[in-house]
Design a protein around this ligand. Structure first.
Ligand SMILES: Nc1ncnc2c1ncn2[C@@H]1O[C@H](COP(=O)(O)OP(=O)(O)OP(=O)(O)O)[C@@H](O)[C@H]1O
Ligand SMILES: [Mg+2]
Length: 235
């Protein structure tokens, strides 16, 4: 298995930060990891999430235009689900184009980390959900859980949706999102991890703490990276 899909319990839960930190962790250990974003919405021009991955990985933010179409095949302006952003711009999202770009990256790297768009059941087009393509490409899924009030329900729903499609679940990564502790005492945040693990039986790879500067979060990410590597052996 060399393809992982990094989904989240919601938008804005830390998928970009976790993708960048995991790719950086693997690259620091000699594993040629690359990140991909199938559809970037809300940022015309240069795809912001890809730039953040690369900043965290310590790579130049921009890539040659001929590589950009593989790293981020669709770049749309409107900040919404891909199906709506594409419709507004008269773009037809062709999942076979995304699949071909993924295959090229898979053939030329040790591991591909694909950052999702919002959550697992977001529509890519009116007919295809993100999870349909994940299932077709046989990717394993990592779920970033934004650790805050309400995330237990979102995490369990996401696990259920993944299992229902018989997609391999590589693990859950809890993440201390900004503002997550506003109405949530420490007791609640640590219980979120325990109860989700207990009820779902899914592997929890750990928790990323709140980071003043996510781009310099390599040391804090170490236990989660280690837990990932313990389960995944590069071929
Ligand atoms: N552990 C953390 N510590 C501090 N800030 C964080 C952490 N995780 C995420 N953030 C911040 O929270 C915001 C949302 O994170 P991020 O962009 O990674 O979420 P996302 O799930 O990728 O969002 P989207 O659905 O828009 O792609 C960003 O400003 C990011 O820097
Ligand atoms: Mg993101």
């Amino acid at each position: 298995m060399k393809g992982f899909f990094v989904t989240g319990t919601d938008t804005h839960v830390g998928k970009t930060v976790v993708c960048g930190l995991l790719a950086g962790f693997l690259r620091a250990r000699g594993i040629d990891a690359v990140t991909q974003k199938w559809v970037q919405t809300g940022t015309p021009g240069w795809p912001a999430d890809l730039a953040t991955h690369r900043r965290i990985m310590g790579l130049p933010e921009d890539v040659p235009p001929e590589q950009l179409d593989d790293l981020c095949p669709y770049r749309l302006c409107f900040p919404s689900s891909p199906h709506l952003a594409a419709e507004r711009e008269g773009v037809e999202i062709d999942t076979s184009r995304i699949e071909a770009a993924y295959r090229r990256l898979e053939a030329s790297h040790d591991i591909v980390l694909v950052e999702g768009v919002g959550g697992f059941l977001v529509p890519l087009t009116k007919k295809a959900l993100v999870c349909d393509l994940v299932s077709r490409l046989k990717l394993s899924v990592l779920v970033v859980v934004g650790n805050r009030l309400g995330c237990v329900n979102h995490a369990l729903l996401t696990v259920e949706a993944i299992r229902r499609r018989e997609v391999p679940l590589a693990g859950l990564i809890f993440n201390r999102v900004p503002g997550g502790s506003r109405w949530s005492p420490e007791e609640l945040l640590s219980d979120n991890i325990r109860i989700v693990e207990e009820i779902s039986g899914a592997p929890v790879l750990g928790e990323v703490p709140f980071l003043e500067n996510p781009a310099a979060g390599g040391d804090a990410f170490f236990p989660v990276g280690r837990a990932f590597l313990d389960r995944w052996k590069p071929r």
